[in-house]
Write a protein that binds this ligand. Structure first.
Ligand code: SF4
Length: 383
């Protein structure tokens, strides 16, 4: 793996677990920042060959809650990343929770080269924020984003829909209020009931009512229209941007580009067939990378066969609103597979869930907004 195009760093600490979250994270009181940053830099050193990049590349610091990292440690980490890469990134994002949007943090991130903030607002409804276990309220989010916009032009906010008890009207109120903050980018995800989360347990114990599936579809469609009116184009299943502000880093995932993940539970992909992942175990990570270490590989690894590669291609490319060119699919997977794909696609096209457009350079397949809501079925059928 060489010439990576995306560098992801996982910071696995949070103040408190949100009830819906199944990401790998531990309580921030357990954070040993010196050891953690030393471990990240240690992992970078071990994977130096993968890290050096002559290609334009992006950095994305995600979590967990990376905005909890003290300024001095963040400076050391970002300087170490850029020194290892040998150049500055074309996009440098940090995820931040609204309660961490202080002048001192914003100043520090900007000085370190960050040029994009992804803020976990989720909703501006205070009752829902409390229910979900978030630590901010609407006022904190609005004030934080307003302050952040004095430091950063490129701000993304996260929005959740399909919340327990949420009506379409309340969601649209949320969407309009978020659009009024004028972030350049909005990521909007339906609330998921993941296994082993407090949210799923509450639902299974009938202590929280799940939003109706039909309402979630209507919410998705109404939200898309409202955001379009406010100047945001949906460029991916769950992502909306003003022109020119699509996420470069995340687009790399959907286009199957090479990326390297550092930190516990981080994943990497060589852009060809190899996926790697670090175990979700902070203590083991610190033991392995903070000291001199034994030099052995820490990550698990899998090798994608032809079927998995094809499935992954269709699944990730169909997330993009522009879909993918059939000629590219044909070039990678052969004539016979391309013919099968087109035959399957025409069945879904007749139902208005997918389009096969004739363009100057050949056919292009993409999902319609209604198709997005049943994409799992469509992809399984196309495979
Ligand atoms: S702050 Fe983010 S990563 Fe942490 S528990 Fe909440 S949703 Fe999960």
């Amino acid at each position: 793996m060489a010439n990576i195009e995306g560098l992801y760093v996982h910071v696995p600490y949070c103040r408190r677990k949100c009830i819906y979250c199944d990401f790998y994270a531990a309580g921030v009181r357990q954070a040993r920042w010196d050891a953690f940053v030393a471990a990240l830099l240690g992992e970078m050193g071990r994977r130096r060959v993968e890290l050096s990049s002559q290609s334009p590349y992006t950095i994305y610091i995600g979590g967990g809650t990376p905005s909890l990292m003290p300024g001095g440690h963040f400076r050391r980490l970002s300087a170490g990343l850029m020194a290892a890469m040998g150049s500055v990134p074309v996009e440098f994002t940090i995820e931040a929770n609204p309660e961490d949007l202080t002048e001192a943090n914003l100043e520090c991130w900007r000085e370190c080269g960050v040029d994009r903030l992804s803020v976990g607002v989720q909703t501006l409804d205070n009752t829902s924020l409390t229910t979900l276990g978030r630590l901010h309220d609407a006022e904190c989010a609005i004030d934080g984003v307003s302050m952040a916009s004095r430091y950063f032009d490129n701000i993304s906010v996260d929005l959740m829909f399909g919340l327990p008890g949420q009506s379409i009207q309340r969601l649209l109120g949320d969407v309009e209020a978020m659009a009024a903050m004028r972030p350049k980018h909005i990521s909007a995800y339906a609330l998921m009931y993941e296994e082993r989360t407090a949210l799923t347990r509450l639902r299974d114990e009938h202590r929280m009512a799940e939003c109706d599936d039909v309402d979630v579809v209507e919410m998705f469609l109404a939200m898309r229209d409202t955001l379009a009116m406010a100047g945001y184009r949906r460029y991916e299943t769950s992502n909306y941007a003003m022109p020119g502000y699509e996420s470069v880093h995340n687009t790399g995932y959907w286009l199957g580009r090479r990326y390297l993940g550092l930190g516990p539970a981080a994943h990497s992909y060589d852009g060809l067939r190899t996926r790697r992942w670090n175990p979700a175990d902070i203590a083991a990570y610190l033991r392995h990378f903070a000291g001199k270490g034994a030099g052995s590989a820490f990550y698990g690894e899998e090798y994608l066969d032809d079927d998995e590669l094809r499935e992954e291609y269709v699944m990730t490319r169909l997330r993009l609103a522009d879909g993918f060119p059939v000629d590219e699919f044909r070039h990678r997977f052969g004539e016979a597979r391309a013919d099968m794909l087109l035959a399957g696609a025409s069945r879904w096209e007749r139902r208005g869930l997918l389009t096969v457009d004739d363009e100057m350079d050949g056919k292009r397949i993409s999902l319609t907004p209604h198709g997005v809501m049943v994409s799992d079925k469509i992809i399984a059928d196309l495979m």
